[in-house]
Design a protein around this ligand. Sequence first.
Ligand SMILES: Nc1ncnc2c1ncn2[C@@H]1O[C@H](COP(=O)(O)OP(=O)(O)OP(=O)(O)O)[C@@H](O)[C@H]1O
Length: 303
Amino acid sequence: MSAIVLDKVSRWYGNVVAVNDVSMTIGPGITGLLGPNGAGKSTLIAMMGGFLAPSAGSVTLDGTGVWKSPAIYQRIGIVPEAEAMYDMVTGAQFLLANARLHGLPDAGAAARRALELVDMVEPSTRPIATYSKGMKQRIKMATALVHDPEVLLLDEPFNGMDPRQRLHLMDLLRGLAAEGRTVLFSSHILEEVEQLASTIEVLVSGRHAASGDFRRIRRLMTQRPLQYTVSSSDDRRLAAALVADGSVDGVTLADGALAVQTSQDGRFVLALPRLARDAGIRLLEVSPTDESLESVFSYLVAR
Ligand SMILES: Nc1ncnc2c1ncn2[C@@H]1O[C@H](COP(=O)(O)OP(=O)(O)OP(=O)(O)O)[C@@H](O)[C@H]1O
């Protein structure tokens, strides 16, 4: 049973703060690292795998620092997001080379076992250049598993996979977690994380925004006030009616439409057509704004 502990970890690239003072513990089972693009997930995973030094703070695996530690590399498998691979060699040759790099006693057997795990034995005689995106992803996965690591870190592993490959990988990760391994994968898709992870860590703009199970994260996200753009035949009177009704938190008139903010979404969508009808106002447009994933995540940070 292995645990990765991040203690006040930051990483900056020049002026860009990619990871900002993050503390978390990743234990056995499956953890989902959720965050919009550019949140710092790849940077965090690279630091957990010992491939990138934190600018401040520490990352340890069972108490030992991971940065530049060969003993730790034997215990961690990492599936990077980057697609570049050695295209000219076959999948089997690539796996064998990796097994040898790890100094495994029976590199051939280890390479075969890893190819079997990801269902890539048959295509492994072909050059990697001929593989689909999903097949390349599985070869990267096999490479991460060839030395039978206790900890597996995967950066956006489902990108480019079709539904069947996705289910296969999910089963594989569940099996590895059931054996007591520590599995962490990153994603920007909440539903993907929901299907697989028992614990979710949310990263936004480099900061650790939330932590917990799916239900907790979903609850935090749905408590967020919502914004609507409303235009009508008489915006001023409609604004007054909405404020008097009390189902909105705020209404402003801007650019010929109303910007409405409400934390009682259900009540607002029922009240709006009723109020308009009673006042003889015609609704021309009602559309939710600010529904982007980024804004949902930002809300978690701003709380
Ligand atoms: N080598 C680098 N040099 C400069 N800035 C970098 C470097 N790597 C990452 N960044 C910046 O750090 C921030 C975090 O990037 P990172 O790739 O870790 O995020 P991410 O959550 O993995 O995003 P994505 O899902 O888009 O890969 C971004 O602003 C990115 O532009």
